[in-house]
Write a protein that binds this ligand. Structure first.
Ligand code: ATP
Ligand code: MG
Length: 260
């Protein structure tokens, strides 16, 4: 059965897209079948996967408004072992158009039903906002993965996000869980980062991934070459961290399956 994860944080620039692309590539390298959905009009996950957003005939936008199905829009990432449901700027208009549509929060969820059996993991890269696109992501997901930087306001933003998850659970998607919190762009020499990180573990315990993503220039460079970091510099600390994250996720899933 496929597991669908929304990679989300309403705060901008915390590493959502970097995590989406590199986790997709790392799970793909571990022979899992992965679909990466770009739900952000910025289309960074699309471009970062080596797909030119300007050359697309159809995107997730057409899937959301119901004129295309997922199978006719998805593409294989040219340099990674995963599929991409791409986006471009047109997606910004979906917000407005979907307001008119029926069952507007469940459109992505319903569209994914036809392909769910083809994937082990579906990863959704959400935009930095709590808008209708993000709500579609949260409604389609089994769980949320929350990338965050360990800085002063991070915990405050997190409590907003946790209350959003609770609201979505109450109204739209009763199965939505918090899969895990991921510390990104981590600098172990920074005392504040250490403190926030410790508080995070105190509050959220096992929900915090043991794997920490370090600040690593290779992670920032790879998108300009349109490849996941695994392809760009496999030996880099960034690539190794995302491989470790994929390993940790797979271990957790295996353990959960043993228990149930
Ligand atoms: P947005 O909210 O705009 O969608 P985001 O949460 O998706 O942003 P990213 O685009 O992944 O965040 O990252 C923001 C910037 O930080 C990018 O330039 C990215 O290359 C860089 N970056 C992300 N993670 C790391 C890291 N671990 N080390 C160094 N740079 C990073
Ligand atoms: Mg992003």
């Amino acid at each position: 059965m496929s597991r669908t994860l929304a990679i989300t944080n309403q705060k901008g620039g915390v590493g959502k897209t970097t995590t989406s692309v590199n986790l997709a590539a790392s799970l793909g390298a571990a022979k899992r079948r992965v679909l990466l959905i770009d739900l952000d009009p910025q289309a960074n996950a699309t471009m970062g996967s080596g797909i030119d957003k300007r050359a697309l005939a159809a995107t997730v936008y057409q899937v959301l408004i119901g004129s295309h199905d997922v199978a006719s829009v998805r593409l294989r990432a040219p340099s990674g072992q995963y599929d991409v449901l791409p986006a471009n700027r047109e997606l910004a208009g979906a917000e407005v158009e979907m307001v008119e549509l029926e069952r507007r929060e469940v459109r992505l969820k319903e569209a994914l039903e036809s392909v769910a059996g083809e994937y082990d993991f579906i990863l959704i890269d959400c935009p930095p906002a709590l808008n209708l696109l993000t709500l579609n992501g949260l409604t389609a997901a089994d769980a949320v993965m929350i990338p965050m930087q360990c800085e002063y306001y991070a915990l405050e933003g997190l409590s907003d996000l946790v209350s959003t998850v609770k609201k979505v659970r109450a109204h739209l998607n009763p199965r939505l869980e918090i899969e895990g919190l991921l510390r990104t762009m981590y600098d172990p020499r920074n005392t504040l980062a250490q403190q926030v990180s410790a508080q995070l573990v105190q509050h959220f315990g096992d929900k915090v991934y043991r794997t920490v993503i370090p600040r690593n220039i290779r992670l920032a460079e790879a998108p300009s070459h349109g490849v996941p970091v695994l392809e760009y510099d496999k030996a880099s600390k960034g690539a190794q961290a995302y491989l470790a994250l994929a390993g940790e996720m797979l271990n957790r899933t295996a353990q959960a399956e043993q228990v149930s």
